[in-house]
Structures are given as structure tokens and as C-alpha cells.
Design a protein around this ligand. Structure first.
Ligand code: 0PR
Length: 378
């Protein structure tokens, strides 16, 4: 640190020089991210609530109201009347709170969680933290978890079953309706990780998979405004079917304005909730439907172009994620990186993954496909 402070102007000039090192969604070249350029109102709302700390929400009742209203809107979207929850730091914390609740609700001796093989890596961290043993259930040919495999993984030690509505790698939607039946039959907590899909699936045309609280066995859902919600980071969402579940994740905070906290993070910004609130208001159901429709259209354009260039899709996309492979997929990924395309190489499936977020426009798809054809010809 300098002994004497520098002028704000000087400091900001320095910052701007470093800022150019970052990549920006506007370039259309970021095809490996589940985040996107936030809606313009998200930024305005964020600035307005910049100081707010929901870790001591009695000081910020306005922010607390916005958080409750965002959660209520998510609950309605996910077909619930009484669901409660929080805007948290992201999908990782949301999944953590769900499994913490499930573990604390189960008997002390219970130590296992049944996960699809395709579960997000956040569950590896969570199992570590909560001292839970992950028991992995195998997938079917469409990369969705096989319900009978899930049932076979259940033991007297199982605290929860997890299903994913929109896997990170392929955008697959597990058969949550089947998992719900299994969870009810065995009286086990079912958590749905819809971190990505939760703000996509409700806006798809029918027929669409059912993954929400309309299924009786579903006890909690992760759904992140900072992914397809176009909100500012950090805005994850965790919803629980009813308020009783919250007792299992409560920590007393006797000297704060609020006498208890339920989130893992203590000091946490209210600006993210304000930003999600503003975007929900500004877009409405119709706005999101349009954005999702454009992403799906661009996904189809990618998929068709990729097939035409001679590559194989791993699976026809359900959501706005495309995965494909060729004879030397890693080599292909490297050539795409060299040409400035930020794509993911997924070792598990030896494929290239593209997430078609709202910042990816038709012209970017066309430019990518042109490069892909050129690379294939070399
Ligand atoms: N669950 C699912 C299904 C996810 O896809 C993710 C993140 C999480 C949980 C965890 O969410 P947080 O990262 O908010 O805690 N999925 C993205 C992924 O792994 C995260 C991401 C976002 C990666 C932006 C890269 C990136 O540029 O692909």
C-alpha cells in the first residue's frame, strides 16, 4: 500500500488500464460462461443499493423487502405458494444450504447423498464440507440420470437425492417427476439444482419438462438470477418448499438487528437482490420468454452448423447448451481458443461445450461457424 493516497483520478486511470485485460460479454466470444452481461437496470439498481448489507437486514429493511419479493416471484414461477428462501452468493451456496437442511433433518447417523453422475462440482465441495459421502447414480443414453439407478443407490444412510434441471456440461434435464416419486416412496429429501435451467425451462414453449414445486417430492430448488436471470453477480437463489425447513439451517445472531441468519455468508450485499428485482420488473414473463426464445434459436443455428461442418452432437440440445465432438476434439478446442473463441473442453465426455447466453448474437454464431468450417478444412 502507498504511504500517501493517490488522487481518485489517478487510481481510476490505473484501474481502466487493467480493466482492458478482462474479457467482455459484448465481444460475443465468451461461449463458455453461464453468466452474461447484466440487464442495464441491474447495474443501476446495484449502484443504488451499493451500501446495503443483508447480513444485518434490520438496518436495510428496503433491501430485505426486495429480497423477499424476488424470492416470492421465483416461488410463483416455480409453482409454489408457500416457498421461502434467499438470494445468496450463487448456486454453490444455494446447493450447500439445501444439503445442510436435508442433513440436519435426517437422523444423525445419516451420511450419504445420492447424486447424478452429472451433478455440478459444487456438490463435491459441499460433500467435503458437510462430511457427506456422494453416491453417484448412472445416466441414460440422453445423459439424464436413470431413476432406477437412483433408487438402487438409496440406503438407510441417505439424507437426500439430488436431480439437475439443466446440467452444467450438457444442459440435460433429469426426470425430476420420477425422482419425486422415489423421494416420496422412501421419504427422502429431494433437492433440484436448477441453477441454470430454473430461469430457462419456465419460458420454453410446451411441451417442457416438469422440475418444480408442482411435484410433491421436491423440497428445495436452486435457481440463480446471475445466470439466465441477467442479474448482477452475486445472485444465486435457494427456495425451500415451506418455512419449517428453515429451522434446520438457522444460526442465532443475538446482537444483530436480526436475531438469526439462514445463509452461509454473513455480510452479504443487498444490491444483488435489488438488481434481480429490477430485472424481473423490467422484463416480466414476456421479456424472459423473448430472451430464451432467441437463445434457443441461436442454439439451433449452432447445432445445425456444427452438424453441417461434419461434427457430432453429443445429444440434441434441450436448453441453450450445445456439445459436440470430432476425431480430435481436444485439438479442435485448441484451434478454437487460438482463434479467440472461449469454449469449454469437457474431459468427461471429450467434447466442446458452448453455452448460448443472451450476449451471443446471430452474427457471432455465423462467425464461429465460419471459423469451424475453416478449421475442419485445414
Ligand atoms: N449448479 C449448476 C447446475 C451450475 O451450472 C452451476 C455453475 C452451479 C450449480 C454453481 O453455481 P455458482 O458458480 O453460481 O456457485 N455453473 C457454471 C459452470 O460450471 C458456472 C460458471 C459461470 C462457469 C460462468 C464459468 C463461467 O464463466 O459452467
Amino acid at each position: 500500500m502507498h504511504r500517501k493516497g493517490l488522487s481518485s483520478k489517478h487510481v481510476f486511470e490505473e484501474l481502466k488500464k487493467i480493466h482492458v485485460l478482462d474479457n467482455h460479454y459484448d465481444s460475443g466470444r465468451i461461449l463458455c460462461s453461464m453468466c452474461t452481461k447484466p440487464h442495464p437496470l441491474a447495474e443501476k439498481a446495484y449502484r443504488l443499493f451499493f451500501e446495503s448489507n443483508l447480513g444485518d437486514s434490520g438496518l436495510f429493511p428496503g433491501s430485505a423487502q426486495l429480497e423477499r419479493e424476488v424470492v416470492d416471484q421465483l416461488a410463483t414461477l416455480l409453482q409454489s405458494k408457500g416457498a421461502v428462501g434467499f438470494i445468496v452468493s450463487g448456486g454453490t451456496e444455494a446447493n450447500l444450504l439445501a444439503l445442510l437442511a436435508a442433513r440436519n433433518m435426517a437422523k444423525n447417523s445419516h451420511t450419504e447423498v445420492v447424486l447424478p453422475e452429472s451433478a455440478h462440482f459444487s456438490f463435491t465441495k459441499i460433500c467435503n464440507l458437510l462430511n457427506l459421502k456422494p453416491v453417484y447414480a448412472r445416466l441414460d443414453g440422453a445423459f439424464k440420470v436413470n431413476p432406477s439407478e437412483v433408487e438402487g443407490c438409496i440406503s438407510k444412510n441417505t439424507v437426500a437425492i439430488v436431480g439437475t434441471a439443466g446440467t452444467a456440461e450438457l444442459g440435460a434435464v433429469d426426470p425430476i417427476d420420477e425422482l419425486s416419486k422415489i423421494a416420496l416412496k422412501h421419504n427422502i429429501f429431494l433437492h433440484v439444482d436448477a441453477a441454470f435451467g430454473g430461469l430457462v425451462i419456465p419460458f420454453l414453449p410446451e411441451p417442457k419438462p416438469i422440475f418444480d414445486f408442482s411435484l410433491e417430492g421436491v423440497k428445495s430448488i436452486t435457481v440463480d438470477p446471475h445466470k439466465m436471470g441477467m442479474s448482477a453477480i452475486p445472485a444465486g437463489g435457494i427456495l425451500f418448499k415451506d418455512a419449517k425447513i428453515l429451522d434446520n439451517i438457522k444460526t442465532e445472531t443475538p446482537y444483530l438487528t436480526d436475531k438469526e441468519q439462514y445463509t452461509f455468508i454473513g455480510t452479504r450485499t443487498g444490491a444483488a437482490a435489488a438488481s434481480a428485482w429490477a430485472v424481473f420488473k423490467a422484463l416480466g414473463m414476456e421479456g424472459y420468454r423473448k430472451i430464451v426464445a432467441e437463445c434457443i434459436e441461436n442454439t439451433k443455428m449452432f447445432a445445425e452448423g456444427i452438424k453441417r461442418a461434419g461434427f457430432d452432437l453429443l445429444v440434441e440440445p434441450t436448453l441453450n447448451i450445445v456439445a459436440f465432438k470430432g476425431h480430435d476434439t481436444h485439438g479442435l478446442a485448441e484451434k478454437l481458443w487460438e482463434r479467440g473463441w472461449f469454449i469449454s473442453y469437457v474431459p468427461r465426455y471429450d467434447c466442446v461445450r458452448i453455452v448460448v447466453m443472451p450476449h451471443v448474437k446471430r452474427r457471432h454464431v455465423a462467425a464461429f461457424l465460419k471459423d469451424l468450417v475453416e478449421i475442419e478444412k485445414l
